[in-house]
Design a protein around this ligand. Sequence first.
Ligand SMILES: [Zn+2]
Length: 72
Amino acid sequence: MPEQTTHSEMTSPEITLACPTCKKTVVWNADFPFRPFCSDRCRLIDLGEWASENHRIAGDNLDINSEDELQR
Ligand SMILES: [Zn+2]
């Protein structure tokens, strides 16, 4: 009687996808901690983090205005 033991469970196919920002191939494993993005830079770009610095400046101005209103 032949052994039916298989180790094929270890050979699951790799999941790959394209980076939403630069379309580079990203493998869904520990090599790409920023998946689905290929890198932290692409992740920040897609999240609009690069633009949020402008928002942060505007936010500071808003905070100053609201403090000004509180003092009145
Ligand atoms: Zn990318």
